[in-house]
Write a protein that binds this ligand. Structure first.
Ligand code: ADP
Ligand code: MG
Length: 233
């Protein structure tokens, strides 16, 4: 599903340059649930942003579902992003003046789906994350865990091949974090490929494979016996 080879990325800062990713090689097969672990500043978000086509590498290759991701114009990149990828962020990134249902329906608008069908689909995803009763509520009327569930429903709405989550539990307490990870596990059980960036070992332990990043290099890549959410509660 994902294949990257010898990926490098530097940030230019004036006359200086900060080498953040120093030759990353890894691949992710369809249906995997992988965590990318590492301390703050190790390059996790930089890597995820490149995988999410929000940023480009300086060197190396990236293939997503058989498509080489390189030198795409913004329009094609946006189309691939929409078709292949769903994003989940630490800070939820919901639109504050739209209710839960309209937040989930938004990606479908960009896909050109008609309003009636958008609403039906969005509602079915809200049901899936257990929030059908909250469809008419604004984000500021929801708890952190509920907001992240809405964000997950929104990420699923466009039926992406891969879900990319950057510290999805970073703003949540432990119990709520395990609930959110439980939902992520259920979505993965259905066969969806998911990458989760985290610096928390107990969150990484709930995935099936942990890729350890340190100073821009992968120092360890191990399959783990997935801890199911219930075991943590
Ligand atoms: P992580 O997500 O693991 O905390 P990041 O990928 O966000 O790490 O950042 C890796 C390094 O790159 C850090 O030293 C950070 O300060 C730097 N960095 C990240 N984004 C930028 C940017 N847009 N411009 C300059 N430096 C950046
Ligand atoms: Mg980060």
């Amino acid at each position: 599903m994902i294949e990257i080879k010898d990926l490098h990325k530097s940030y230019k800062m004036g006359s200086n340059s900060l080498h953040v990713l120093k030759g990353i090689n890894f691949s992710v097969a369809e249906g995997e649930l992988v965590s990318i672990m590492g301390s703050s500043g190790s390059g996790k978000s930089t890597l995820l942003n490149i995988l999410g086509m929000l940023d480009e590498a300086d060197e190396g290759s990236y293939t997503l579902d058989g498509v080489a991701i390189k030198n795409l114009n913004e329009k094609i990149a946006a189309r691939y992003r929409n078709k292949f990828l769903g994003f989940i962020f630490q800070s939820f990134n919901l639109i504050s003046y739209k209710n839960a249902l309209d937040n989930v329906a938004l990606p479908l608008y960009y896909q050109g789906i008609k309003r009636g069908e958008r609403i039906d689909k969005a509602m079915s995803y809200l049901e899936k994350v257990g929030l059908a009763d909250w469809a008419g509520h604004l984000p500021n009327e929801l708890s952190g865990g509920q907001k992240q569930r809405v964000a997950i429903a929104r990420a699923l709405a466009s039926d992406p091949k891969v879900l990319l989550a950057d510290e999805p539990t970073g703003a949540l307490d432990s119990k709520t974090s395990y609930d959110v990870m439980n939902l992520i596990q259920e979505i993965n059980d259905e066969g969806r490929t998911i990458l989760v960036v985290t610096h928390e070992p107990d969150i990484a332990a709930m995935t099936k494979r942990i890729v350890n990043l340190k100073d821009g290099r992968i120092i360890q890549d191990t399959k783990v016996n997935q801890v199911r959410a219930q075991q943590n509660v």
